[in-house]
Design a protein. Sequence first.
Length: 308
Amino acid sequence: MSGGQGQHDDPLDRLAAEEDWSRRAKAVENQVARERRMPSLRPARTPRPRRDREPRGGISLIFVALVVVMLVSAVAAWTGVGHPSLVVFFFVLSGWLVTLCLHEFSHALTAHRGGDHTVAEKGYLRLDPRKYGHPVLTLLLPMLWLLIGGLPLPGGAVMIESHRLRNRFRDALVSAAGPAVNIVASVVLLAAVALGGPAFLNWDAPHLTFWAGLTFLAYLQVATAILNLLPVPGLDGYGMIEPYLSPGARHAGNKIKPFGILIVFALLYFPLARGLFGDATVFFLDVSGVPRELAAYGNYLFQFWKSW
């Protein structure tokens, strides 16, 4: 038995018998130490390519261009430079598009404050009209109706993820934020005309082209606010009461939402509905002391092609 134990081959004995065992052990220790240090030298996450990132900050250059066109055309209307009809056309159209962007931006900003931070990733906070809804149904169609009929159909739409909002009040507040922009714009523009513009349509009044265009733009803001506050599914007026409706009513409203703007378009096609809407809009002009004839002249200048 004693002779067999003496011949037992222990791996540790063989390792100790080697002359460079300590050097090899040191090399292994160094390798392990290097591997442990490697993660601290590497980035925590691999950044996405720049082209995959959605810009979340800043203002769209398209919006800046619209503001510049609005200001330049306003100065031209005030100073009498250029053809009055063309000047008013660019002034009113650019001003309406600016408020359209602010309308949708207000929706998005309120939603962002209320808990839906996806609006930043969708580009809604950049005041870019290309981001606000379908290019035909929510932008081109209302613009055509404005050009042809002189009435601003509700345009633009931001996709809000309501389940991310904190409560029903926040949900209703998101819908109310858009018309609030048009109401504020209406008050400011009507006050400016009432305080600085002519008391009646006087052809010899100074800066008549400017005041006519500004009054028509104010008229459009009042009309936009009224249209958006209609309780039609898909419009802001319905969105303000939707969070408080029963599940069955909300389900029915969801089926109508895609056609809401078309419903409004069809209603305004009938003279009775169009007349009632026009009377409601003019009512606010009369209350503010702004002559309705001045708005009518601004509309005449805006639709310059009708006089050709």
